[in-house]
Ligand binder design. Structure first.
Ligand code: XIL
Length: 411
């Protein structure tokens, strides 16, 4: 008993300290999605946002939290129909508000989007163009918009959704009048107007789930590269459905098909919608968490995946229910700003990942003898490091508490 008492006292003190730290971490977190993602070696964790979210203080509180977010994308205000609704009539007010917001929150701005078949004003989609007049129109639009934002844009989604599911090029005013050349043309005009450091992206959906579309996007990038066109990245929108999200292995393989071409990749519009919100089960809630973790982890595992953007962080402003009736609850926060299981799962995964990185760092040359505690997805662990910082061993707090319980029973 006399020998076991100091051990019991030390262990109990450690346990109490660890559990009270875990508790206060939830109430007063010192980390968030962005800070952890950066610690894991990525550039940003971001979100789509829009000017109709500006007068919502709870929303802005979360968006401006530098631990949670480090990047934003204007959800609509840079699209052609809103930014040049009539010929020569450029309406930058709303997109300027988002640019200012991104600056005041110190967020990177992904700019979205220049050449897209959707959300076009009637003067573009419903006029009859010749190849020459349409080339001129693209030149005027892209040059004016890209020059206006200048270095505020970390990246531009230059061409959006040019492909059909079967891998053919999607019919649009641009394809129908100009043929495939409109894609290279858009990139060339953007490259001519943007500062050289601006990343120019091709962006599309279902590249993760539709093999023919994925292959066509790979071929598209190769063809642009062969023509000497500046293309820096491929944005994969990642609009997923709970339970139908590809596996981690499949997601990493998809990202690597593009990074093998020498371009960056990013999840640009991530959300994971419940197929049938009315009837979604507890199980579906857990599945949603796993799906989010798979996407975030795939980005971490692929070196040239620079970041993740969620397409709004709260169900309050998600585009999903309005566009896909019956589907929804796709975001990390509920409509009344509660963090969901998916949020905690992503955060827990990132904490575990970063802690393992730190421990590995200690193994290869950290310094100082000591006891480290780390909390990850598998619980809290206590590790002992030697004088060179080498990790001598670690044990889960769950195991320690079982030992204490056993020792108490034996006394
Ligand atoms: C969506 C917006 O979220 C909605 O508010 C809008 O009504 C329609 O567009 N792919 C894209 C995004 O590239 O621009 C789309 O955003 C979602 C699909």
């Amino acid at each position: 008993m006399t020998r076991i008492f100091p051990l019991l006292l030390a262990t109990t003190t450690l346990l109490l300290a660890t559990s009270s730290t875990a508790q206060s971490n939830r109430e007063h977190p010192s980390t968030g999605l962005h800070s952890l993602f950066v610690a894991a070696g990525k550039l940003y964790f971001g979100t789509a946002t829009e000017t109709n979210n500006l007068d919502d203080p709870t929303y802005q509180n979360i968006l401006s939290n530098p631990l949670e977010f480090g990047q934003q994308t204007p959800e609509n205000s840079q699209k052609w129909g809103l930014i040049q609704p009539n010929p020569g009539d450029f309406a930058f007010n709303n997109s300027d508000l988002i640019t200012d917001l991104s600056k005041s929150y110190n967020h990177l701005l992904r700019c979205h989007t220049l050449t897209w078949h959707s959300q076009l004003p009637p003067f573009v989609s419903a006029s009859s163009w010749t190849p020459d007049t349409l080339r001129q129109l693209l030149t005027t639009h892209i040059t004016a918009v890209v020059s206006h934002f200048g270095s505020a844009c970390y990246a531009w989604d230059v061409v959006n959704e040019a492909l059909n599911e079967n891998g053919t090029l999607r019919s649009s005013v641009f394809l129908d009048v100009l043929g495939e050349e409109y894609i290279a043309l858009s990139f060339n005009i953007a490259a001519g107007a943007a500062p050289p450091e601006t990343k120019l992206y091709y962006n599309d959906f279902n590249l993760e789930t539709s093999p023919q579309k994925q292959t066509a996007a790979v071929e598209l990038v190769k063809s642009l590269q062969a023509q000497g066109v500046k293309i820096d990245g491929v944005g994969l929108q990642a609009h997923f459905t709970v339970g139908q999200t590809p596996s981690l292995e499949s997601l990493t393989a998809t990202l690597r098909r593009f990074t093998d071409l020498g371009v960056d990749v990013a999840w640009t519009e991530l959300d994971v919608a419940h197929e049938d919100v009315e009837n979604s089960s507890e199980l579906a809630v857990e599945q949603q968490a796993e799906d989010y973790v798979a996407a975030v982890r795939a980005c971490i595992e692929v070196e040239r995946c620079v970041g993740v953007t969620v397409w709004q962080f709260t169900d309050k402003y998600s585009w999903v229910p309005g566009t896909f009736p019956g589907k929804g609850d796709a975001c990390l926060w509920t409509a009344d700003y509660q963090r969901k299981s998916a949020y905690w799962a992503v955060k827990g995964f990132l904490e575990g990942w970063v802690a393992r990185m730190n421990m590995t760092g200690a193994l290869v040359g950290g310094n100082g003898t000591g006891i480290k505690t780390v909390t990850g997805s598998k619980g809290t662990f206590v590790g002992v490091t030697s004088g060179t910082g080498r990790l001598v061993g670690s044990v889960s707090v769950g195991l320690i508490s079982s030992c204490v319980w056993l020792a108490l029973k034996m006394i």
